[in-house]
Write a protein that binds this ligand. Structure first.
Ligand code: ADP
Length: 457
């Protein structure tokens, strides 16, 4: 701002003060000479004398037009006693006029300074010879005044200093204000960002009304919210996973000790307890498998292999596995197919497995889970329905997040890590298959997804 103001001041100074006089003198000189040329071009006109006087008056000049012999033909005198060509003073310039009067030179311009003249102004003498009305040679001698700009320049200089002071003060004030207004929010956001890096995830960045700062603050608030959610989920995961790992481990240890110390000799009891150990070990394997799958998913997108297969068959085999695992539960497959589809078979089986496992975990006391397939033109829509407590509306978008688990502690027959639905979502999203949940608290839930039908080649 200061630099810009200084530049403007310097430019104005150069034009208005330093070069003003030279500029003015050149303009004046050009206008006097141009008046002389105009006069010459009108010689011979009917009312030439009055034209001459008018021009002389307007330009404040004296004019003398003489013939070859030096005789005066026309004359106009506007300077009176100060004139150099109508008074005796003409002798002082006669020598420089001579070559033009004698026809040896076409024109001449001479500036006579204040020091050589009684009149305290600069004088301009201009002479030019040309052809008269009858073709005879005539010479125009012209005397003009170039007033110095001394006083005007002084006034301008004074005004200039005042203007310079005002401009600099205003520039300082404006730049100070703008600077302060801009740097304050930047400084604040910066120090707040440092706290964010240290783990303070409160979303309280402020842009203080400046558009760009507001945008930056909104982005940082968004990031802070995201970080805080991740942090919360991470904590939850550690708690969940450690809990889920601990229960089967405790069981395994307890039953192993029982066998060693008490039932080792009783094959019936021992086998029963060994079954428990094996099923608990299976739960552990499932849990670890989920974790590995998620971390793998983070590292690289699994390669998908679309192939034609019977969705009905896949549903049947998943239902069968769960029926064996949880004999107390009724898994009803409503329609058996065949439902020829084209998709990545492994990931669809994974989706089914996770959704059925959730349905078993969360279904009501009737221990009932229904699997239904609907034919929808180009898709088969699979619905996994349970009779459980349902999911509140506000929770529905969140359950698909990685590590999300509802706050309700729920007794489940199958171990969960809060990863099941995030695996479902990622598998279906990768293939662009629609999915969702319809649920009302108290009325159970219906998790659904659609798989495209196989197109006949
Ligand atoms: P997990 O079941 O291991 O907790 P998921 O990702 O499979 O993890 O599910 C996330 C959350 O979604 C669960 O904690 C639960 O609150 C909710 N949820 C999932 N399926 C159901 C369902 N069928 N009925 C009610 N709530 C469900």
């Amino acid at each position: 701002m200061l630099l810009y103001t200084t530049l403007i001041i310097l430019l104005l100074w150069a034009l208005q003060i330093v070069f003003l006089n030279t500029y003015y003198q050149q303009m004046k000189r050009a206008s006097i000479i141009s008046a002389g040329k105009q006069i010459l071009s009108h010689v011979g006109d009917e009312d030439f004398q009055s034209y001459l006087e008018r021009t002389a008056f307007e330009n404040h000049i004296c004019v003398l037009i003489v013939n070859e012999n030096g005789r005066k033909q026309y004359s106009a005198d506007m300077l009176g006693p100060f004139c150099l060509i109508h008074t005796d003073a003409i002798r002082t310039i006669e020598s420089s006029l001579r070559p033009v009067l004698d026809g040896q030179q076409k024109k001449m311009v001479q500036l006579i300074g204040e020091e050589h003249h009684r009149f305290p102004k600069q004088m301009l003498i201009y002479a030019e010879s040309a052809a008269g009305a009858q073709g005879e040679r005539i010479t125009l001698i012209l005397n003009g005044v170039i007033s110095p700009l001394g006083d005007t320049q002084e006034i301008l200089k004074n005004q200039f200093w005042i203007l310079t002071m005002i401009l600099i003060a205003v520039a300082l004030m404006i730049s100070g204000l703008i600077g302060q207004r801009l740097t304050r929010p930047v400084k604040r956001i910066n120090s707040r960002a440092k706290r964010l890096a240290e783990g303070d995830y409160r979303a309280d960045f402020e842009g203080e009304g400046i558009e760009e700062m507001e945008e930056l603050a909104a982005t940082l608030n968004f990031a802070a919210e995201g970080l805080s959610r991740v942090e919360e989920l991470r904590r939850e995961l550690v708690a969940n996973v450690s809990h889920d790992l601990k229960t089967p481990l405790t069981m395994i240890k307890a039953y192993a000790e029982l066998i060693r110390d008490i039932t080792g000799e009783n094959p019936e009891k021992r086998n029963e307890q060994l079954e428990v150990i094996i099923s608990e070990a299976d739960r552990l394997t499932g849990l670890v498998g989920d974790l590995i799958r998620v971390s793998r998913d983070e590292e690289a997108e699994d390669k998908l292999q679309t192939e034609p297969f019977d969705l009905g068959e896949e549903i049947g085999s998943v239902a069968e596995r769960f029926a064996q695992l949880c004999p107390d539960y009724r898994i009803e497959v409503e329609n058996k197919g065949p439902f020829p589809v084209a998709a990545d078979r492994k990931s669809i089986s994974q989706v089914l497995y996770n959704l059925v496992s959730n349905a078993i975990n969360y279904t009501g006391d009737d221990h009932r889970v229904v699997i239904r397939v609907k034919d929808e033109v180009e898709w088969f829509r699979v619905e996994i329905i349970d009779t459980g407590a349902g999911i509140p509306k506000e929770e529905q978008p969140l359950i698909w997040e990685r590590y999300y688990r509802s706050r309700n502690t729920h007794q489940r027959p199958v171990a969960g890590s809060g990863l099941g639905l995030s695996i479902v979502r990622s598998a279906l999203m990768k293939q662009n298959f629609p999915y969702g949940v319809e649920s009302e608290p108290g009325n159970g839930s219906c998790f659904w997804f659609s798989v495209p039908k196989e197109r006949p080649s």
